[in-house]
Design a protein around this ligand. Structure first.
Ligand SMILES: NC(=O)c1ccc[n+]([C@@H]2O[C@H](COP(=O)([O-])OP(=O)(O)OC[C@H]3O[C@@H](n4cnc5c(N)ncnc54)[C@H](O)[C@@H]3O)[C@@H](O)[C@H]2O)c1
Length: 271
């Protein structure tokens, strides 16, 4: 093994990426596969898993390291079943990426629909963190596995974004729970960290940030760029290095409880 492999290789390890066929999950799953891990990609829909697996149709050496599983991560039994499937297909997972989450658009506070607000909390906190973390950590403690968890925080974890009330609440709680669970599980050697993506152009936010007709930034897009010292949006491929770094015990074994912003300096913007 050369020096870089010693520090960053995930060869022989098993990782689970929940929401692993989503926009960000795809990049994180791919990073773990390319770094040598066996990867179980979890999603609610078979179709998204098929699309993900097609990326590797001409890479049989990576397809062999991939398991795709339909899971509902808000359901404890479903997560337990999928966990067991990953164990029997590969080996005990040592890495969990909690990649389920998302937002559902802006509205004034007085127009909040309580049911929708609860759904967004459920999606980001229960499905996106609490259930998988509980199941994995219970199994890791029982089997003395020093696992690593990576949660998905956001710019809203630090400063609220306008109009996305439930998402703000959920993502600030994700940061809080990242720190709290890092503390709780440290005695077992389990690490819990997070990645906080800044603004990345994706299917869901493209129309909000770029005017489809002119290709220019929208008002919101301009506001983001003005506040981003690097003066551009991120490329999702820029999340890969941090994923491997935080997953690797050799590279980040003494790091726990941190949320790593990947934001072109958005959080250090000043006037
Ligand atoms: N996209 C961004 O710019 C951005 C920025 C900051 C943080 N994040 C966070 O990153 C995470 C991933 O975001 P994304 O943009 O890739 O979202 P996405 O919607 O593209 O991916 C999420 C995936 O999770 C799956 N999913 C939803 N509920 C599920 C459940 N109960 N069980 C199993 N799978 C389920 C969805 O089918 C989807 O494939 C989220 O937590 C999001 O808040 C995204």
């Amino acid at each position: 093994m050369n020096y870089l492999e010693e520090i960053f290789s995930l060869e022989g390890q098993t990782a689970v990426v929940s929401g692993g066929a989503g926009a960000i999950g795809t990049i994180m799953s791919d990073a773990l596969l390319q770094a040598g891990a066996n990867v179980a990609v979890w999603s609610r829909t078979k179709s998204s898993l098929n699309i993900f697996a097609q990326r590797y149709s001409d890479r049989p050496e990576l397809l062999d390291k991939l398991l795709t599983t339909e899971v509902n991560t808000s359901d404890e039994r479903s997560v337990e079943r999928a966990f067991d499937e990953a164990v029997s297909h590969f080996a005990m997972p040592e890495i969990l990426i909690n990649g389920v989450g998302g937002n559902r658009g802006k509205k004034p506070f007085v127009d909040i629909e309580v049911e929708e607000f609860k759904d967004i909390l459920d999606l980001n906190l229960i499905a996106g963190l609490v259930v998988p973390t509980k199941i994995f950590c219970r199994r890791w403690i029982d089997e003395t596995v020093k696992g690593s968890i990576i949660n998905l925080t956001s710019m809203t974890s630090y400063n609220p974004l306008s109009g996305v009330w439930a998402y703000n609440a959920a993502k600030s709680a994700t940061l809080n729970l990242t720190m709290a669970t890092a503390n709780e599980f440290a005695e077992y050697g389990i690490r819990v960290n997070a990645i906080a993506p800044g603004f990345f152009l994706g299917k869901q936010n493209k129309a909000l940030l770029i005017d489809e007709k002119t290709g220019e930034y929208t008002e919101r897009g301009k506001a983001v760029i003005d506040r981003t010292p690097f003066k551009r949006f991120g490329e999702v491929s820029e999340l890969a290095g941090a994923t491997v770094f935080l997953a690797s015990k050799e590279a980040s074994g003494f790091i726990t409880g941190v949320s790593l912003p990947i934001d072109g300096g958005y959080l250090v913007h000043n006037i």
